[in-house]
Design a binder for this molecule. Structure first.
Ligand code: ADP
Length: 624
């Protein structure tokens, strides 16, 4: 809504400018000038100078543009966009605009917020420099010239489709097995949905001090994963997921990935067993995979390359992939060994998710009114490609929503919570409405019942003592407050006013909640909603009672599709008769039937690492 209103504001400013210039007769940006006429005008299309605009990508940024009479001569972007996601775009896009002298540059799929913020900032500066609506329209219409590249053919031992979490784990594993690997990635960067996640990776080091302290075990992880999905998941695969999780963490550590060592409960994770990477979001995984590739030969990345079709020989074995390059050229990649499908789910394919939801009717609706946390390229391509070669699709109707979407974009950014124990959810009446330590589907279904399907996360400053600490998405709470994406107040009454909820109800809600926390008179008992996870961290003030207080608005958002291609324990893809499709392996969100109706929070990253590694090893071992 904010960027929309900014656009309206820009349009109003532009209209005012047109009116002013039309009345006042200033030459620059004259309302009647077409872009050619304006450029022919001696005064040019811009008033030379330097202009600045503030816009918001993942974070607030300042775009500064210097123009002469007819062109942009410099663009500077001051930003704090996330390393590995928005940051490369903030660094590259200004140069592209400068070279093009136009604004028709496509947003980068994995960083649309950053891309749009830069385009919006430059546009605003050009308007401030006196550009007419016609000039802006002409600049927006100007696109880079596409010269179709030559068709190309490549061969590698193992071919991986999709450079998200599962694909990169598979690629590195196959390389470690001595194989050459080609990875095809639709977008211009690795990461997929994995890099956009909060980074929580469930893994139990059985028998360790940490596990004992939290009364956790691999057996409990298996049980909660299986039961948390209503026993619809494949128990053999669930067991592998949980048993191999810690090995996955150790493998990542060996590759150089940092973890804080701290274990926490992620929303819907049901237990404190999520490992927290040292880097924000999922960036640590990809920093690690990139470092590995910088130091080791054997993995070739083909970015901006969209796989369309699996190549099958006369015996029904998959031996390669047909793809399209960014310039429309065709790219054929043949595998000496196996092909790994790791294209993620279909959260951004509205047609597919609506059809799938019709099967199960888990959700009131999954049409375009419901946003998604997913990257825009997550459209079920791999599921459709596999289906075309006979793969069995399982449990497609099991789709996970989170109650944690940004009200404007549906993304997880701006989510202020750090762990389940330290926050509550309240509705627009200032009341709690669900067990905030429960299952993701139950929490989100309860949210659908609330006024405007809207809630607030409410917490105190235990998590953010100074306000400069980062949330799980690399944002500081102070920045979120400054951008109007979170509220901060010294009292709950003031917070309630900012949230637009009744103050007396919010105060009563928090007081009631605090009675269950450590030191409260109901400590150890379950509350009306069945919540059992309360803050019990020693040495800090418990409950929500440590000013300043924080709140942030959240809505339901499509997060993970648990249905997909059926695999066995070796990550071999099965056909509709339950037989292995030779040469085809799959891992990650493209697969189905592991998690059942509801995936435990923190199990997706584990899935990418555990099954990505198995798929990579199986593909490396396979020969036709
Ligand atoms: P997972 O968690 O299963 O690894 P991700 O969402 O992290 O899934 O990654 C999936 C990746 O696959 C994304 O980077 C996405 O852009 C890529 N992808 C999706 N469809 C295609 C396709 N047709 N060709 C190449 N890459 C694709």
């Amino acid at each position: 809504m904010k960027s929309f209103s900014r656009k309206i504001l820009s349009a109003v400013l532009a209209a005012l400018l047109v009116l002013t210039t039309a009345c006042g007769g200033s030459s620059a940006g004259s309302s009647s000038a077409s872009s050619e006429a304006a450029s022919a005008n001696e005064a040019g299309i811009f008033n030379p100078g330097t202009y600045s605009a503030t816009t918001t990508g993942m974070h607030e940024m300042t775009v500064t543009v210097t123009v002469d009479a007819n062109s942009i001569t410099d663009i500077q972007v001051e930003h704090q966009e996330t390393e590995g996601i928005g940051s490369p775009v903030a660094e590259n896009m200004p140069q592209q605009i400068l070279e093009l002298q136009g604004l028709g540059i496509d947003a980068v799929a994995s960083a649309t917020l950053t891309s749009n913020a830069i385009l919006e900032g430059v546009t605003q500066c050009l308007r401030d420099a006196g550009a007419s609506d016609e000039t802006i329209a002409a600049w927006q219409a100007k696109k880079p010239e596409v010269v179709q590249e030559e068709d190309a053919e490549y061969t590698a031992d193992v071919v991986v489709i999709g450079a998200g979490g599962a694909g990169m784990a598979a690629a590195v594993t196959a390389q470690q097995a001595g194989k050459s690997v080609i990875v095809l990635e639709k977008t211009s960067a690795m990461g997929g949905n994995t890099i956009l996640s909060g980074g929580a990776m469930n893994a139990v080091d059985d028998g360790s001090e940490v596990a004992l302290e939290h009364e956790d075990s691999v057996a409990l992880h298996i049980q909660q994963t299986y039961e948390g999905g209503d026993e619809q998941g494949n128990l053999e695969l669930v067991t592998i997921l949980c048993e191999k999780a810690w090995e996955g963490v150790e493998w990542l550590k060996e590759l150089g990935m940092g973890f804080t060592g701290e274990v926490f409960t992620v929303t819907g994770g049901l237990w404190p067993r999520a490992q927290r990477p040292s880097d924000p979001e999922g960036t640590g995984f990809f920093k690690t995979y990139q470092n590995y590739m910088d130091q080791n030969d054997g993995i070739t990345m083909l970015y901006n390359t969209t796989a369309n079709e699996l190549m099958v020989d006369e015996n029904g074995a998959v031996y390669g992939v047909k793809a399209t390059g960014s310039t429309g050229n065709s790219i054929t990649v043949t595998a000496n060994n196996g092909v790994v499908l790791a294209t993620g789910g279909f959260g951004r394919n509205v047609e597919m998710r609506v059809a799938a939801n019709e099967e199960t009717q888990l959700w009131p609706t999954l049409d375009e009114t419901i946003p998604s946390t997913n990257a825009s390229g997550i459209t079920g391509d791999g599921i459709l490609m596999a289906e075309a070669v006979g793969a069995n699709l399982v449990q497609m109707g099991n789709i996970q929503l989170l109650p944690l979407g940004d009200p404007e974009t549906g993304s997880l950014s701006g989510n202020i919570e750090h762990s389940v124990e330290s926050r509550i959810f309240v509705n627009e009446q200032g009341e709690r409405f669900v067990n905030e330590g429960g299952r993701r589907d139950e929490m989100t279904l309860a949210l659908f019942e609330q006024t405007n399907t809207t809630m607030f996360i409410v917490m105190d400053s235990d998590t953010y003592p100074t306000g400069d600490e980062l949330n799980n998405f690399g944002e500081t709470i102070n920045d979120l407050v400054a951008a109007g994406r979170a509220y901060k107040a010294d009292t709950l009454e003031e917070l309630a006013e900012m949230m637009g909820v009744p103050a007396d109800t919010l105060v009563a809600t928090v007081e009631e909640y605090n009675r269950y926390c450590t030191g409260g008179d109901l400590e150890g008992q379950t509350d009306a909603f069945g919540r059992t996870l309360f803050s019990d961290v020693e040495g800090i003030n418990n409950g929500i009672n440590n000013a300043p207080y924080y709140a942030a608005k959240r809505v339901p958002t499509v997060h993970h599709t648990m249905g997909g291609v059926e695999i066995n324990a070796n990550c071999e893809v099965l056909n509709t008769q339950g037989q292995v499709i030779p040469g085809l392996f799959a891992a990650g969100e493209v697969t189905g039937g592991i998690h059942g109706t509801n995936r435990l929070g923190g199990n997706a990253l584990t899935d990418t690492v555990v099954f990505g590694r198995i798929a990579g090893a199986s593909a490396a071992n396979y020969t036709r």
